[in-house]
Design a protein around this ligand. Structure first.
Ligand code: MTE
Ligand code: LUZ
Ligand code: MOS
Length: 815
C-alpha cells in the first residue's frame, strides 16, 4: 500500500529540457516568415530586445551602473516591534560605528514625510511627533518599519550599523492586529468598505438565495504572495547643480517616484529626474513601493551632497515591503439542480497592512473579477481592506483579480461536488452568454465573449473527458496515489480601474543615417515591452527591428507617465509610439512625393525600402533627403484609451476597454500519505488577441502560470502570532517554484482571434491574465483529494495548498 510516487513522475527535468527545445515548434514559423517578407514587423516572434545582454550578464541594472566617486551607501534601521509607540531614538552609538557618515531620521526630511501613492498615510521614516494630549511618540505599525537611515562609506558598514536598531529604539509595545478577520472584527480598515450590488430579481441576492433549491454557506482562506523579483528594491540618488536630484530607481512608476522625491525634498517636479533602463522583475512590487527607497536615498544625497545608493538585502526587502494581499471570504450562494448560480452574497476581507497603498484599487479589482467568466444574476459583494500590523500590501500580478476570481471558482467547484457533476459542466452552464446574460455586476456589457469556443477547443485538444475517465479508473485501483484533473477558465478586464491612468506618451527620433530611437512612458521589467514597442515603430516606418532602439524610461523625456501596470504597457505605449511614428512617416511621404513625384498617399514603406512614384529608395536615403529639406524627423505621440467610464459612487460603468480570456487544464498526482504532489501535465489556451510577438506572449503565459502555481501551492507566508514578525523572509523558508516544477507535458497555445476593439494591431494585454490559469492546478489537487472519499465529500482545501494543507484536507475528507 505504501508505494512511493513513481520516480519518473517526480523527475521532469529532462522532459523540461525537451520541452524547451520544442518551444519553437509552437510558433508558426512559416506564417511568420511570410508575414515578415511582406513587411510585417508585428505578429513576429522576436527575441527580447536585451536577451543577449541578459544571458551575457551585460544588461545594466541599477547596481551595475559605475559608481561615482564619493558614493555613500544606505541601510535602514527597522522597528523590532509590530505595534506601539516609539518614545525615544538614541543614535550616538550607531553614529560612532566604523564607516558611518551620518544617521538620518524623519527630522532630516526637508519636505513631506510621506510616500503614499494615493492616500497620504505612509511615512518615509517613523517620526516622533507631539500628539493632542501633549505626549510625544511615533506610530509604530509593523516589524520592519523603517525608523532611521544609516549612511556609511560601504554598504556593509551601513548594514552592520543599521542592524543595531533594537538597541537604539525605545518602543511601548501593544499586541499587534495581524489577520484580516481580526481587523474586520475591530472594524479597522485602510480605506472605507466597497460594495458592488446588482439586483435583477425581487429581493436581490438575498431573495434569490432564499428561493433557490440549494444553498451553500462557507468560508475560504487564500494566502498572499511575495513578488520575489530577482533584482531587489534599489535607488541611486545623485545630487545635481542648484539643488536638483537625479535618481536611478528600479521602479514601474518613474513619474510617481519623481513626485514623491520632489515632495520629500521640497522641490518642484522639474528639479527631480528619475530614470530606469530596466528592472530585474517588478511584478507589481515596484509600482508604489519603490518610493520609500527613492525618497530615503534622495534625502540623504540632498543633505550630504554626495551620491547615495540604497540597495536592500533580500531579508530586508521581505521585512519592509508588502506583497499580494491574502484574502478571507465568507459567502452564501443559492443554486439550482444543474448548478446554475441564482444568487450569491460574498464578503471579502483583505490583509491590507499598515497603510492604504493600493489596497483600495486592489479590492475594487477583486470585486470586479468575482464574476470571472460567469453570469451572476443577483449578487451582493462587500470588500473590506483590513488594517493590520504588517507590511503594507500592494500590487502583484493580477492586482486583486486573482483573489476575486478564485472565490467564484471555489464556489462552483464545491457546487459541482455537492451535485456530483463534472465541475466543467457546472462552470460551462454558468458562462456569460453572447447576447443575453452578458452584463457584469458593475454593469459593463461583455461584448467580446469568446469563452465558449475557447474552452471547447481546449476541452478537445487536452482530451479532458477521456483523461478524466482514465484518471477515475486509476484512482479506483490506487489507494495511496490519487490523481486529479481540472479545467479553469478566465476572463480578465483590461485597463486601469482608475480612468485617468489610461494614457501614455512616446517620443520617436529618426536620425539622418536612418536609425531610430524610441522612448516611451512604460518601463521594462523583463516582460518585453520595449521589444513590442520597437516592433510597432519598425512596422509603422517599414524598417527592420534592428534599426529601432528603445532607451531608458526617463521623466525628462516623457512626462506624467502612468505606472507600467494593469498589463497595459504595450496597449498604451504601443499606441503612443505608433502615433509618433505615423506622423514622421506621413512627413517623409510628403517630402518623398515632392522630390520624386506621385501622391504622398501612395508612398509605401516596407522592409527598409520606400516606394515612391515607381522608384525604390532606401529608407535612409529618404530620411537624408527629408533632412536636407528641413523636415522634422522626430515626433511625440500620445494615446488615451477611448470609451472608459466609471461611477465610483455606484460602482458601475465601463472600467475595461476589453476582456482577455483563457483556460487551462491541469493534471496532478498526490501522495495521500505525505501530501506531496506533482503537476503531470498542463494544457493552456490563452487569448492574446492578434499577438504582437507570439514568443514573448507564450513566455508571459508560461511565467504567469508557474508564478501563480507557486502562489496557490508552495508559497506560504507566516507571521508569528504573538510578535507579528514575518518568519518566512528568505528563500530558506519561502518556497517559490523552479524550472523543475514545470510539468513534463506543458502545451501552451495562443487562441486565434483578433481583439474586437481597436487595440494596438488588435493585440491583447498578456502580462497579468494568465496568472489565473493555475487555478486549474489548485482545483486538480482538490479533485485528487476528493477522490480519497470517492468524490462524496467536498475537500476543505485552503490556499496555498502546501503539503501540510493537502494532508489536513485529506484528513478532513476521511473523517
Ligand atoms: N514579466 C516579467 N518578466 N517581469 C515582471 O515583472 N510583471 C507583470 C507582467 N509580466 C512582470 C512580467 C505585471 S504585474 C504586469 S502589470 C505586466 O507584466 C506589466 O507589463 P505590461 O503592461 O507591459 O504587460
Ligand atoms: N488599477 C489597476 C490600478 O487596475 N491596476 C493597477 O495596477 C493600478 N494601480 C494603481 C491604481 N489603480
Ligand atoms: Mo502589475 S500588478 O499591474 O504591476
Amino acid at each position: 500500500m505504501n508505494k512511493p510516487i513513481d520516480a519518473a513522475l517526480l523527475q521532469p527535468a529532462e522532459a523540461f529540457t525537451d520541452y524547451l527545445k520544442n518551444t519553437a515548434a509552437r510558433i508558426d514559423k512559416v506564417a511568420e516568415a511570410k508575414a515578415q517578407e511582406d513587411g510585417a514587423r508585428v505578429g513576429i516572434s522576436r527575441p527580447h530586445e536585451s536577451a543577449h545582454l541578459h544571458v551575457a550578464g551585460e544588461a545594466t541594472y541599477i547596481d551595475d551602473i559605475p559608481e561615482l566617486a564619493g558614493t555613500l551607501h544606505c541601510a535602514l534601521g527597522l522597528s523590532p516591534v509590530a505595534n506601539g509607540r516609539l518614545t525615544s531614538v538614541s543614535l550616538d552609538a550607531i553614529r560612532a560605528m566604523p564607516g558611518v557618515v551620518d544617521v538620518l531620521t524623519a527630522n532630516d526630511i526637508p519636505g513631506t514625510n510621506d510616500c503614499g501613492s494615493i492616500v497620504h498615510d505612509d511615512p518615509i521614516l517613523c517620526a516622533i511627533e507631539k500628539h493632542d494630549d501633549g505626549s510625544s511618540w511615533g506610530d509604530i505599525r509593523y516589524i520592519g518599519q523603517p525608523v532611521f537611515a544609516v549612511i556609511a562609506e560601504t554598504r556593509d558598514a551601513a548594514r552592520r550599523a543599521a542592524a543595531r536598531a533594537k538597541d537604539a529604539l525605545i518602543i511601548e509595545a501593544v499586541p499587534p492586529v495581524l489577520t484580516p478577520q481580526d481587523a474586520h472584527a475591530r472594524g479597522q480598515y485602510v480605506v472605507p468598505p466597497i460594495h458592488v450590488i446588482r439586483e435583477t430579481n425581487d429581493g436581490g441576492a438575498r431573495g434569490a438565495i432564499d428561493r433557490a433549491p440549494h444553498k451553500l454557506k462557507a468560508t475560504l482562506d487564500v494566502g498572499g504572495q511575495e513578488q520575489f523579483y530577482l533584482e531587489g528594491q534599489i535607488s541611486y540618488a545623485i545630487p545635481k547643480e542648484g539643488g536638483a536630484m537625479h535618481v536611478y530607481c528600479s521602479t514601474q512608476h518613474p513619474s510617481e517616484m519623481q513626485h514623491l522625491v520632489a515632495h520629500a525634498l521640497h522641490l518642484h517636479a522639474n528639479e527631480v529626474h528619475v530614470e530606469c533602463r530596466r528592472m530585474g522583475g517588478g511584478f507589481g512590487g515596484k509600482e508604489s513601493q519603490s518610493a520609500i527607497f527613492a525618497c530615503v536615498a534622495s534625502v540623504a544625497a540632498h543633505k550630504l551632497q554626495r551620491p547615495v545608493k540604497l540597495r536592500l538585502d533580500r531579508d530586508d526587502d521581505f521585512m519592509i515591503t508588502g506583497r499580494r494581499h491574502c484574502f478571507w471570504y465568507e459567502y452564501e450562494v443559492g443554486y439550482d439542480d444543474e448548478g446554475r448560480v441564482l444568487g450569491v452574497e460574498i464578503t471579502m476581507v483583505s490583509r491590507a497592512g499598515h497603510s492604504a497603498d493600493l489596497s483600495g484599487p486592489v479590492m475594487t479589482r477583486a470585486l470586479c473579477h468575482f464574476d470571472n467568466a460567469y453570469w451572476l444574476p443577483d449578487v451582493a459583494m462587500h470588500g473590506f481592506s483590513g488594517k493590520t500590523n504588517t507590511q503594507s500590501n500592494t500590487a502583484f500580478r493580477g492586482f486583486g483579480g486573482p483573489q476575486g476570481a478564485i472565490a467564484i471558482e471555489n464556489i462552483l467547484d464545491t457546487v459541482a461536488r455537492k451535485l456530483e457533476r463534472d465541475p466543467l459542466d457546472v462552470r460551462r452552464i454558468n458562462f456569460y452568454g453572447k447576447t443575453e446574460n452578458n452584463v457584469t455586476p458593475y454593469k459593463q456589457v461583455v461584448t467580446d465573449n469568446i469563452i465558449h469556443e475557447l474552452v471547447a477547443q481546449l476541452e478537445e485538444s487536452s482530451d479532458y473527458r477521456a483523461r478524466r475517465a482514465e484518471i477515475a479508473g486509476f484512482n479506483l485501483k490506487s489507494e495511496v496515489l490519487k490523481r486529479g484533473i481540472a479545467l479553469a477558465p478566465l476572463k480578465f478586464g483590461i485597463s486601469f480601474n482608475v480612468k485617468h491612468f489610461n494614457q501614455a506618451g512616446a517620443l520617436v527620433h529618426v536620425y539622418t543615417d536612418g536609425s531610430i530611437l524610441v522612448n516611451h512612458g512604460g518601463t521594462e521589467m523583463g516582460q518585453g515591452l520595449n521589444t513590442k514597442v520597437a516592433q510597432v515603430v519598425a512596422h509603422e516606418l517599414g524598417v527592420n527591428c534592428e534599426s529601432v532602439r528603445a532607451t531608458a524610461t526617463d521623466t525628462t523625456k516623457v512626462a506624467n507617465t502612468s505606472a507600467t501596470a494593469a498589463s497595459t504597457g504595450a496597449d498604451l505605449n504601443g499606441k503612443a509610439a505608433q502615433d509618433a511614428a505615423r506622423q514622421i512617416r506621413e512627413r517623409l511621404a510628403v517630402c518623398a512625393a515632392a522630390r520624386h513625384g506621385g501622391d504622398a498617399k501612395d508612398v509605401r514603406f516596407a522592409n527598409d525600402k520606400v516606394e515612391v512614384n515607381g522608384r525604390t529608395l532606401s529608407f535612409a536615403t529618404v530620411v537624408g533627403e527629408a533632412y536636407l529639406d528641413r523636415v522634422q524627423l522626430w515626433s511625440d505621440g500620445f494615446y488615451a484609451t477611448p470609451g472608459l467610464s466609471w461611477d465610483k459612487e455606484k460602482m458601475e460603468g465601463r472600467p475595461f476597454f476589453y476582456f482577455a480570456y483563457g483556460a487551462a487544464v491541469s493534471e496532478v498526482i498526490v501522495d495521500t500519505l505525505t501530501g506531496e504532489w506533482k503537476l503531470l501535465r498542463a494544457d493552456i489556451l490563452h487569448d492574446a488577441g492578434r499577438s504582437l510577438n507570439p514568443a514573448i506572449d507564450i513566455g508571459q503565459i508560461e511565467g504567469a502560470f508557474i508564478q501563480g502555481m507557486g502562489w496557490l501551492t508552495t508559497e506560504e507566508l507566516v507571521w508569528h502570532p504573538q510578535s507579528g514578525k514575518l518568519t518566512t523572509h528568505a528563500p530558506s523558508t519561502y518556497k517559490i517554484p523552479t524550472a523543475n516544477d514545470c510539468p513534463p507535458v506543458f502545451n501552451v497555445k495562443l487562441f486565434e482571434g483578433d481583439n474586437f476593439e481597436d487595440s494596438i494591431h488588435r493585440s491583447k494585454a498578456v502580462g497579468e491574465p494568465p496568472l489565473l490559469l493555475p487555478f486549474s492546478v489548485f482545483f486538480a489537487i482538490r479533485d485528487a483529494v476528493s477522490a480519497v472519499a470517492d468524490h462524496k465529500v467536498d475537500p476543505p482545501l485552503r490556499s496555498p495548498a502546501t503539503s501540510e494543507a493537502i494532508l489536513a484536507a485529506i484528513t478532513a475528507v476521511q473523517a
